[in-house]
Design a protein around this ligand. Structure first.
Ligand SMILES: [Zn+2]
Length: 672
């Protein structure tokens, strides 16, 4: 029996799960389900990445311990995958003891093999990406996310990445190791330009796995996170069972990732493994990003589409089908509620759903719910042969497309080549007219048409099962075939539907969605976004909703009624922005972040609470002019009422910076 080991990236717990995470997970789940149907001993791993400075800071901002913070978000991911019926075999958390011990073992092996040394690092670091930015100057932006880098100066452990340049280039000579081609080329040119040794420990914060024998340091979060792929299946364990599992499943057949983490997976990870003397994964497949309604997502906006909304209204199969059909895997793709509902109706409700319900209903009506016996002579006629030939072709095409991770081509093949051919075939042969006639020829034609349609439906159902597992399992039962999970996809050929099979109970699998489905989803998302988070009144983007390092970001427009994230001048005019003068500023007791300000806005003096205490000492603010949103509804924080909001630039992982003017402006002046 062959084995197949596939992984998602482990998701960084700085953000709640959104459809970007769901996209990666759905793709992996589809591959895992298909491999199981092909008879492979499949292991599908996902989990959460929970260490690092960013989590430590986010937890602090939320008034929680890092562990509490990680527990909550990790549980949300797990709950979502369960609700979606994701078929992962394990769920690893990097804060689990099994992982920590085994990461230390990996560190030890790399060190014992001579690839780790102690040195001093002075340079720029992007906390958001947990990335060392070589060659950057203080104040330079991160080349990946554009956020301001922070200067770090530390004694660190270094990994001799430079020793692996040639070995990595030799590895990339295999064109299947990194896919798609564009990503492979990027990695090759990055490695060719020269590799510098990598700092793999931090000592300025403590939320991480201690370096073995030197617990003042914690292990670099990416070494910690990447190691999950081996720790989860038993690397470094002393248990015989775990060792056996590791031997059986490693190396991974596929690490599936988003394109933003290609470097970590294609450069650092194989180098760590080589240094530890371990086999390398067989392939790393990078997908593109999900954009929202064509517009580039905005990380700082923090407005993201939640998966739950789509599950509530259309179900998991609808989302799975849409993402894999609509987006060419490897390229960026676009998500919108309109497109989702349109796809759902055209391909699922009117496509496979309608094919199933009309075929099965006619078998019920004309053949008492038993799959008819097609006439041999009739079957040989070209009218029916067309469907059979298409089905054979689609089985082959689909197999190739899935093997190449071209999900959209596979689905296109099933839907455009097979399902639409059967639809046309049914229309042309009018079984409902044949059903009204009693002569032998009409009966045998009717039997052949319905058998052919049902057989094509069976084949489409088997092929589509990994993508839309729920609906296809139900169609399979309605066809009278029992549990689809027991079907071996390798054996799929035309003509296996047993004649005389008693159908199961027929019911629609994809009821049509009307326009209100779109509105409902938009409203649910809007309600979710709700008011700004307490403690961060100055910032439109509180600490939490930044995208995970390990997942593709997604974004939504600011309001459901607009188009492509734009507002009208009238919308903007609703916001009353005014110049105010700070008269009083003081700390709010028991809060690290909040200041209480009294601000003169010309017509009155307002009490405003602002989450800027970490960036501004109260005494530096008195007499300073600021911009305030004057018509914001009052909010209570820590028992105090805040009447308005101060405008500040929000820097990820950095401190807020108040908006101000170079020229002098009178108090109360309106900004427009
Ligand atoms: Zn960055």
């Amino acid at each position: 029996m062959s084995k197949f080991y596939i992984t998602t990236p482990i998701y960084y717990v700085n953000a709640r799960p959104h459809i970007g995470h769901a996209y990666t997970t759905i793709a992996c789940d589809t591959v895992a389900r298909r491999q199981r149907m092909l008879g492979a001993d499949t292991f599908f791993l996902t989990g959460t990445d929970e260490h690092g400075q960013k989590i430590e800071r986010a937890a602090q901002a939320a008034g929680k311990t890092p562990q509490q913070y990680a527990d909550e978000i990790s549980a949300e991911f797990r709950k979502l995958w369960q609700r979606m019926g994701i078929s992962n075999d394990d769920y690893i958390r990097t804060t689990e003891p099994r992982h920590k011990k085994r990461v230390q073992e990996l560190f030890r092996r790399i060190r014992d093999n001579g690839y780790i040394y102690k040195g001093t690092y002075t340079g720029q670091y992007c906390v958001s990406d947990e990335l060392y930015v070589d060659g950057a100057q203080p104040g330079d932006p991160c080349p990946t996310c554009g956020r301001v880098t922070e200067t770090v100066h530390e004694e660190n452990y270094f990994f001799k990445l430079s020793a692996f340049q040639d070995k990595l280039l030799a590895l990339y000579a295999n064109p299947d190791f990194i896919r798609p081609e564009t990503r492979r080329n990027e990695v090759i040119s990055f490695v060719r330009s020269g590799l510098r040794d990598l700092s793999i420990s931090r000592s300025t914060f403590s939320w991480g796995i201690p370096v073995p024998d030197d617990p003042r340091h914690v292990i670099y979060v990416w070494l910690d996170a990447l190691a999950n792929y081996i720790t989860a299946i038993g690397f470094g364990s002393s248990h015989a069972g775990a060792q056996e599992a590791f031997k059986k499943y490693w190396p991974a057949d596929v690490h599936m990732i988003g394109k933003e983490i290609v470097r970590f997976h294609c450069v650092y990870w194989p180098a760590f493994l080589m240094a530890a003397g371990l086999p390398l994964p067989k392939a790393i497949i990078a997908h593109g990003w999900l954009l929202f309604e064509e517009s580039k997502m905005s990380k700082s906006r923090g407005n993201i589409v939640r998966t739950e909304t789509i599950l509530d209204v259309l179900g998991a199969d609808a989302l799975r089908y849409f993402l894999l059909r609509e987006v060419v895997f490897g390229q960026d793709g676009s998500f919108s509620f309109d497109a989702l509902v349109q796809r759902y109706n055209s391909d699922l409700a009117n496509g496979i759903g309608n094919l199933a319900s009309r075929t099965l209903t006619m078998i019920n009506r004309y053949f008492k719910g038993e799959v008819p016996y097609p006439s041999h002579a009739e079957s040989e006629k070209p009218a029916h042969g067309v469907v059979r030939d298409k089905a054979r072709m689609v089985i082959a095409e689909c197999s190739q497309a899935f093997t190449d991770y071209q999900f959209s081509s596979a689905l296109e093949s099933i839907w455009i080549r097979l399902i639409s051919t059967v639809d046309r075939y049914i229309v042309e042969n009018e079984p409902w007219t044949l059903g009204e006639k009693q002569d032998d020829e009409s009966r045998s034609r009717l039997a052949t048409v319905l058998y052919t349609s049902a057989e094509a439906l069976r084949i489409a159902t088997a092929l589509a099962h990994p993508v839309i597992p729920d609906a296809t399992a139900r169609i399979w039962e309605q066809l009278g075939l029992g549990d689809i999970k027991k079907f071996n996809l390798n054996t799929l050929t035309w003509g296996q539907l047993p004649q005389g099979t008693k159908l199961g109970e027929v019911s629609p699998v994809f009821p049509r969605a009307d326009k209100s489905a779109i509105e409902r989803m938009q409203q649910m998302e809007e309600q979710q976004r709700g008011p700004a988070v307490e403690e961060s009144p100055t910032s439109a983007a509180p600490a939490a909703p930044a995208p995970a390092t390990a997942a593709p970001p997604a974004a939504t427009p600011a309001a459901a009624t607009n188009h492509e994230g734009k507002i009208t001048i009238d919308d903007f005019a609703k916001i009353d922005l005014r110049v105010g003068l700070v008269k009083v500023a003081e700390r709010v007791p028991k809060s690290d972040k909040l200041l209480r300000l009294e601000i003169d806005i010309g017509t009155e003096v307002r009490q405003v609470l602002a989450g800027i205490a970490e960036a501004y000492a109260p005494e530096t603010l008195v007499g300073r002019k600021v911009v305030i949103v004057a018509n914001l509804a009052p909010r209570k924080m820590r028992g105090l009422e805040s009447n308005g909001m101060i405008v500040a630039a929000s820097l990820e992982g950095g401190k807020p910076v108040l908006a101000s003017f170079l020229e002098d402006v009178p108090v109360g002046a309106r900004l427009k």
